[in-house]
Design a protein around this ligand. Structure first.
Ligand code: MV4
Length: 446
């Protein structure tokens, strides 16, 4: 097992990774920008290295600085966390080339899943259902029109070079397609440096359901159930839950079987998440994330498995600590993402935390790097805490979540706690009756 791991990230996920290392007797190296001099992960790590000024490109995306920090501290391995360099195949390769273990999948699989057209082709080969669409990218409107005629309108034009909704355009007829293709190509080029786009049939009211996978690269593959991530605003997840209230047992079994069989066939290694759209009883592959995800704690709460610990074990060459038959998924878990934002306008609200009190009690977990006196910097994304609640049933989970949200005090900045308090009281949410567009409709009502 590793002696020392460098955590190439910040905030709550850096702390989360530090905790797993600590419990395994692995020493930790924190890297930080000058905006994070007083961050919790820096304070708790065994060693810390300042890697640059606040802008991510000069610090958390600064590969030479991160590799140098690993070299001078004598780290054995690097955990990329999520975001930043976590899905950079080049970074994964360079980490290994410089003699450090990369705690994550192979650079080859990161690269494969980073190209959405190649990923979809791989999904087809792996037996995962995909949304009907163009075979590969479409070069121009004429090619798009041919495919749209075969797929049927409405169609979605999507960027091959990236997910997260950038470069996506819906076209409901040929006239709309004529402007949608160049618009999507332009945005894709601007954001991903790759203007390639492809077409898919547009699913109007899907849910976003993803499967958490762990694989050791030695034939061991397990899933930790599915997560329903449909409560989103502008492609930002707000709340996630497991199991999905939309699936029946047969649908769940089929989804989980498809996902684990595909990962086994791919020869994947480490934690990963396969994302699906679910509509009218059908599942369709949209993307695979080759990293730890923000919402991983709800899968940990229902399974009792420490996903980061398994990532570390797998990266050190150990086989998975569990067979699927030993995994018992019990109860229900919900995660509220708490952002340093105004709960109505979503305007960022960085600043000093003047008082801080976290909820507790059975089935309540708070993943956060906040503390009283800490100043939330304006330089990074606004996620500052995850309130994760487990209950034996969805109703018990909802009751506990309401109670925990009431207890949570984060003073000195604005947060989205009031938004979550509204959501857990909304009848559609209570009924589990929501798709990926529900939240934006709900917010637009006010
Ligand atoms: C779709 C779709 C509807 N039909 N594909 C958004 C970014 C990337 N994850 C894929 N996305 C979508 N792909 C087809 N054929 C709707 C979305 C989508 C979405 C998906 C999941 C969660 C939130 C979303 C918000 C808007 C659009």
């Amino acid at each position: 097992m590793f002696e020392k791991v460098l955590i190439a990230n910040r905030g709550e996920i850096a702390l989360r990774i530090h905790r797993a290392c600590r419990e395994m007797g692995i020493r930790t190296v924190a890297v930080h920008s000058t905006a994070d001099d007083n961050a919790m992960h820096v304070r708790l790590a065994d060693e810390s290295v300042c890697i640059g000024p606040p802008p991510a490109r000069d610090s958390y995306l600064n590969i030479p600085a991160i590799l140098s920090a690993a070299a001078i501290t004598g780290a054995d391995a690097i955990h990329p966390g999520l975001g930043f360099l976590s899905e950079s195949a080049d970074f994964a390769s360079m980490v290994e080339e410089h003699g450090f273990a990369f705690i994550g999948p192979s650079a080859e699989h990161i690269r494969l899943m980073g190209d959405k057209v190649a990923a979809k082709r791989a999904a087809i080969e792996l037996g995962i259902p995909v949304v009907p669409g163009s075979e590969g990218g479409v070069a121009d409107v004429a090619a798009a029109a041919d495919w749209a005629a075969r797929i049927g309108y409405p169609v979605l034009v999507k960027a091959a070079g990236g997910g997260g909704g950038r470069g996506m355009r819906v076209a409901r007829d040929l006239e709309a397609l004529k402007s949608a293709v160049p618009a999507a190509q332009g945005e894709a080029k601007a954001f991903f440096g790759n203007g390639e786009v492809y077409l898919e049939r547009y699913l109007a009211k899907p849910r976003h359901i993803e499967v958490q996978i762990l694989a050791d690269g030695q034939g061991g593959v397990i899933h930790l159930g599915e997560r329903d991530c449909s409560l989103q605003r502008k492609h930002q997840k707000i709340l996630e839950e497991t199991p999905s209230p939309a699936l029946n047992a047969a649908e769940r079994e089929r989804l989980l079987e498809i996902a684990t069989a595909a990962i086994r066939k791919l020869g994947y290694k480490s934690a990963g998440t396969i994302e699906f759209l679910y509509q009218d009883g059908e599942f369709f592959f949209i993307e695979m994330n080759t990293r730890l995800q923000v919402e991983h704690p709800i899968s940990e709460m229902v399974s009792g498995i420490d996903i980061v610990r398994e990532q570390l074990r797998i990266a050190a060459g150990a086989p998975l600590g569990y067979r699927q038959a030993e995994i018992k998924l019990t109860g229900h878990a919900i995660e509220c993402r708490i952002n340093a934002e105004n709960p109505e306008t979503f305007a960022p609200s960085p600043g000093c935390i003047t008082s801080y009190h976290v909820p507790g009690g059975l089935g309540v977990r708070v993943d956060s790097a906040l503390y009283q006196g800490y100043t939330v910097p304006p330089n990074y994304d606004s996620l500052v805490a995850k309130l994760v609640v487990h209950g034996t049933s969805r109703n018990e989970c909802l009751m506990r979540l309401r109670r925990a949200l009431e207890e949570y005090v984060i003073a000195g900045i604005e947060t989205t706690i009031p938004l979550h308090q509204r959501l857990v009281a909304a009848s559609d949410f209570i009924d589990g009756d929501y798709d990926i567009h529900w939240l934006e409709r709900y917010l637009a009502r006010d």
